[in-house]
Write a protein that binds this ligand. Structure first.
Ligand code: SF4
Ligand code: SF4
Length: 415
């Protein structure tokens, strides 16, 4: 039996034999006495206005060439609208106080941002010309419409590329389809090969589907194809058109065990692992990397929609209720605080205080909480269920691998 310390992720082995129950209680008393930290972080005293904005999401487009069945924006049904060069200059004007430090521009939402490549290709120049000398660019794209010109541009401007792909053809094409129903896999896969041929680094973003009884195949696909990837779980769409079917969630979550068995073998056999999120999460346990805040949205990170409206993050883009200002009127700090449109320190949420993964989950996405329950303080039950099952599987995997990690000095350097 093992005891997991919520506060710093240290894991204690409790030996069997004798009065095991008493031994467990003793150990818990000892851990509590020695280790329990009283964290009193009053996020409400945060001075929002003095925060520096570091991460700026920008919608270059509203609309999409795909019509994914779970799209949280229903992007294919809203027509294609593009951000103009003048509006982008207005955005830079709004951000003028941030010129002297690093700014990360993230093109992640609103639809498929490469549909406005005419503007995208001017952005690095526009930033430099307007005094933003330390910028980097992240692009999350459906990867269906790359051209050689785009590839050269991404390469010469050091774009960080994240391509949405849900796995093999059968899995991906269940949901990631064009408006006529044709799957997007073939086009995306060809473009991934093009990126590889051109030596461009990228990773894939995978949405694991609750209706799949063979999620392991998704993981196997990325490992076999040597494609780095991160994974996430379906969420309610902003307009309520898509609500994940969680009816068989209990059964679905049991698949984590199979996935972790697969990775235990890969790691012990010294095979490369392309599941970047899993490796990052194992390292979090190993190094005790706690996190009390789910994100920095509204604090040092914002998202700007095509009209110049500002939202906490890309997930909220287009929502009037979650709008926190405009590039012309500035950020509405009163609304951010009154409507609780920021992530509080996890101990400030009544529902999270006693949760064993509170410093791993950090309280979850406040935008999602708002969309599914109208209250950014209340976690969504299915989301908590997924997170707890996932982290339980990761912690168990770590315990099973801990001797191997130690004996092989696996994380002695950042590999
Ligand atoms: S690619 Fe993204 S924005 Fe486009 S339909 Fe699919 S989920 Fe929505
Ligand atoms: S799993 Fe749920 S209860 Fe636990 S920290 Fe996350 S949101 Fe809070």
């Amino acid at each position: 039996m093992h005891i997991f310390c919520v506060d710093d992720f240290e894991i204690f082995k409790v030996n069997g034999g004798g009065n095991k129950k008493e031994e467990v209680f003793d150990k818990i008393r000892q851990i509590k006495g020695n280790k329990l930290k009283q964290k009193e972080i009053e996020v409400e005293t945060l001075d929002f206005e003095s925060q520096v904005l570091n991460v700026i999401g920008v919608d270059l487009v509203n609309g999409c060439n795909l019509a994914c069945k779970y799209c949280y924006l229903s992007a294919s049904s809203i027509g294609i609208k593009k951000l103009s060069e003048n509006k982008f200059l207005d955005i830079l004007n709004f951000l003028h106080e941030e010129k002297n430090h690093k700014v990360v521009f993230v093109f992640s939402s609103g639809g498929e941002n490469t549909l406005n490549f005419d503007l995208m290709k001017k952005i690095p120049f526009l930033c430099r010309e307007n005094g933003f000398l330390d910028c980097s660019f992240d692009l999350i794209t459906n990867g269906t419409i790359f051209t050689n010109e785009m590839i050269d541009f991404f390469k010469s401007n050091n774009f960080t590329l994240h391509i949405s792909l849900d796995g093999d053809k059968k899995t991906n094409d269940k949901n990631r389809v064009y408006p006529n129903g044709r799957g997007s896999y073939d086009d995306v896969y060809d473009n991934l090969c093009l990126l590889k041929e051109n030596g461009l680094a990228f990773s894939c973003n995978v949405l694991l589907q609750f209706d799949s009884d063979n999620v392991i195949e998704v993981f196997q696909f990325f490992e076999e194809n040597k494609i780095h990837f991160n994974y996430d779980f379906p969420v309610d769409s902003l307009d309520g058109r898509f609500i994940p079917d969680t009816s068989g969630l209990d059964q679905w979550l049991m698949q984590f065990e199979t996935i972790m068995d697969f990775y235990k073998q890969r790691i012990e056999n010294n095979c490369s692992v392309y599941a970047d999120k899993l490796i990052k999460d194992i390292k979090r346990i190993h190094f005790g990397v706690t996190n009390g805040f789910a994100c920095n949205a509204s604090i040092d990170s914002i998202h700007i929609g095509i009209s110049g409206s500002i939202y906490p993050c890309s997930y909220n883009s287009g929502s009037e209720e979650l709008c926190i200002g405009t590039i012309y009127s500035g950020l509405d700090y009163d609304k951010i605080v009154k409507s609780k449109l920021y992530a509080k320190q996890v101990d400030c949420y009544d529902s999270c205080r006693e949760c064993w993964i509170k410093y791993l989950c950090s309280g979850g996405c406040f935008g999602l909480k708002w969309v599914s329950g109208g209250d950014t303080d209340k976690p969504t039950s299915y989301n908590c269920m997924i997170k707890k099952s996932y982290w339980e599987a990761v912690v168990k995997l770590y315990i099973r691998l801990s001797r191997y990690i130690k004996e092989n000095s696996l994380f002695d350097y950042n590999s």
